[in-house]
Design a protein around this ligand. Structure first.
Ligand code: SAM
Length: 289
């Protein structure tokens, strides 16, 4: 396999290379080959990455590409790429750009017509989701929540009724406060899972209703250490809420103004998909008021 340059082109390729999130055995053979073959490795923290590269006997030169210099220094990498050198982008752990630097460099490269090739591998959110047993067909990744309670709760409120599985990254020194806020916003019964120290010696995946998960972490200071991902089941409307959602009520109200109760309930059921009998009961209640 040749990794430098695209076919029929003198332009180099920007490889976006995932590295392990703990267990070095998760480094892929392809990632190792790319890192050894490129002219330059753009790394979030060169001191951190040098250890990884030394472990695998890779001697490719490193250059810093972190959130503070990425926009300004991106052009340096683009110049190298346009001159024909291939560059690999790595972050401290996992997949670059996923709560890590790289977005601006990738944008600049694509804008300059440089081929950008992903070399996939470890990613904490995907590893956690793959073993969580929560619905995985649709999910949203919220990254890191704001550090202060007010901001965090405001953000959580925005996704309180999100039906897809929610995934958050959190720092260990904030995990307890974060779970406390989640319990308040999502309620004590919402299924949740803490995925801690994935792929490492003290890997823990604990799935519990939100209040029990908060209590579990509160009662064991070891659970407040290490790296963690929090997953929360999406919102499901309680049966009794089916009839009283604001939108359904609005439709029912409009129809009740125009036609008899029974017909309004039937038509509202057809429009909204809510059971006709429930809407009939709600309409009856409304008439009593
Ligand atoms: N780019 C990385 C990825 O692909 O997952 C994420 C980098 S972000 C700066 C670091 C956060 O990812 C941590 O605070 C934690 O929330 C999560 N994380 C990284 N490694 C992890 C691990 N081994 N176990 C659990 N969470 C991890």
């Amino acid at each position: 396999m040749t990794v430098t340059g695209a076919l029929n082109s003198t332009t180099g390729t920007l490889y976006v290379v995932a590295t392990p999130i703990g267990n070095l055995d998760d480094m892929s053979a392809r990632a190792l080959k790319v890192l050894a073959d490129v002219a330059l490795i753009a790394a979030e923290d060169t001191r951190h990455s040098i250890r990884l590269l030394q472990h695998f006997g890779i001697e490719t030169p490193l250059a810093a590409c972190h959130e503070h210099n990425e926009r300004e220094e991106g052009s340096r990498f683009i110049t190298r790429l346009l001159a024909g050198d291939s560059v690999a982008l790595i972050s401290d752990a996992g997949t670059p750009l996923i709560s890590d630097p790289g977005y601006h460099l990738v944008r600049q490269a694509r804008a300059a017509g440089v081929p950008v090739v992903p070399v996939p591998g470890a990613c904490a959110l995907i590893a956690a989701l793959s073993a969580a047993g929560l619905p995985s067909d649709r999910f949203i990744f919220e990254g890191f929540l704001p550090a202060k309670t007010a901001g965090r709760k405001a953000r959580l409120e925005q996704v309180r009724e999100e039906p897809r599985t929610l995934i958050f990254y959190e720092a260990p020194h904030r995990i307890l406060e974060c779970l406390q806020d989640m319990e308040q916003v999502f309620g004590p019964e919402r299924p949740a899972l803490l995925a801690r120290e994935l792929t490492k010696t003290f890997e823990t995946l604990k799935g519990l209703p939100m209040a029990e998960l908060r209590a579990f972490v509160e009662g064991d200071s070891n659970q407040q250490r290490g790296e963690c991902v929090v997953l929360v089941a999406g919102w499901t409307a309680p049966e009794s809420d089916e009839a009283v959602s604001t939108e359904v009520l609005r439709i029912l109200d409009l129809l009740l103004k125009e036609m008899p109760l029974k017909r309004a309930a039937a038509l509202a059921a057809e429009i909204t998909g809510v059971r006709k009998n429930l809407l009939y009961q709600v309409a009856l209640e409304k008439q009593k008021v």
